[in-house]
Design a protein around this ligand. Structure first.
Ligand SMILES: Cc1ncc(COP(=O)(O)O)c(C=O)c1O
Length: 337
């Protein structure tokens, strides 16, 4: 029985084409910015997403945290949507490394109201001053939900009025673009910096990019080095990242269709799924006991994550076979019987 792994879109293995490109990659010392493959990836990403510069790093946590470091100073607050990855799942780096506190704003389906963002901005001697506003698109903990472009623009306008920078955690920016029927660069527009992951749905084994203006490049590279992200012959990894950017985005259409089919199938089995939140490649279900539910499915050959005491998450991705959803639903039905 083949195990069906719905835990995350990070479990994918590099494709044969990626492995060939990795083996053949031209490399140099990226510490001296002399790795031609890393440079090609960075130039390609910058061009694709409409930025002057892109800097390659090992992870999305690092690209997010470097962005916080370049935009803020210690003691400030960062306005983030509730349950934002940049605070909740980046082991307190914001506080530990950058000396920042999060200021959460409500965000139904990951979408904040501009008025809530405006009221969250502090600029008085009695409170920690706001240093940055950060959005997340797609919004992982909200269900892989999409923040519409108008909502992004409304928050960007509030930020500009207040003279604040805006960062986008676009770990899954291409999922958002596919769901909205626009280009990645449309989702990236209007932000000062954008973090993009190559190793989520796009299938690369490693790597994220921080996009920003030329004037921030030096600072970005310095903080990357400070956090231990200065790599050497990283072209071996970047070679797979180039293919991820070339082939990954259009392949997400299938992931989204699978998630929809899975969500609807789970509802038919009597599970509690908010189908409004099934907008990209994630399906969250409410269950009585999430760890017990996940363990039961594991025994049936379906891997998922418990993401709360009563909440489980399924994620679709390119390494799942075409019949994965039908097969998983049948195994789940049997497991629950
Ligand atoms: C929205 C979001 N941002 C950032 C990250 C961090 O990426 P990494 O695991 O590469 O550090 C993730 C990882 O899942 C994520 O979902």
């Amino acid at each position: 029985m083949q195990v069906l792994d719905f835990r995350s879109d990070t479990v994918t293995r590099p494709s044969p084409r990626m492995r060939q490109a990795m083996a053949a990659a031209e490399v140099g010392d990226d510490g001296y910015h002399e790795d031609p493959t890393v440079k090609r990836l960075e130039e390609m990403a910058a061009e694709m997403l409409g930025f002057e510069r892109a800097v390659y790093m090992p992870s999305g946590t690092m690209t997010n945290q470097v962005a916080l470091l370049v935009h803020t100073r210690r003691g400030q607050e960062v306005i983030v949507t509730e349950r934002a990855h940049v605070y909740e799942y980046e082991p307190g780096a914001m506080a530990n490394l950058a000396g920042l506190s999060p200021r959460f704003v409500p965000a139904s389906y990951g979408v904040p109201e501009p008025e809530d963002v405006r009221y969250a901005i502090h600029d008085s001697p009695h409170q920690a001053p706001t240093g940055l506003i950060a959005l997340e698109n797609t919004h992982n903990a909200a269900g892989g939900t999409v923040v519409p472009l108008e909502a992004q623009r409304a928050v960007q306008a509030v930020a500009r009025e207040a003279g604040l920078p805006v960062h986008l955690d676009g770990a899954r920016i291409f999922n958002a673009a596919v769901a909205l029927g626009v280009e990645g660069r449309d989702v990236a527009a209007g932000f000062d910096t954008v973090s993009v992951c190559l190793s989520k749905g796009l299938g690369a084994p490693v790597g994220s990019l921080l996009l920003g203006p030329a004037e921030l490049e030096g600072e970005i590279r310095r903080y990357r080095k400070m956090l231990g992200g200065g790599m050497r012959q990283a072209g071996i990894l970047a070679a797979a990242g180039i293919i991820a950017l070339q082939e990954g985005p259009q392949a997400l259409v299938r992931d989204h269709a699978m998630a929809r089919e899975l969500g609807e199938g789970l509802v038919k089995l009597g599970l509690e799924v908010d189908l409004r939140s099934v907008q990209t490649n994630m399906v969250f279900a409410s269950v009585a006991d999430a760890p017990a539910f996940a363990a039961r499915l594991r025994r049936a050959g379906v891997l998922i994550n418990a993401v709360g005491p009563a909440r489980v998450r399924f994620v679709t991705h390119r390494d799942l076979p075409d019949e994965a959803v039908t097969e998983a639903l049948s195994r789940i039905e049997n497991a629950l019987a």
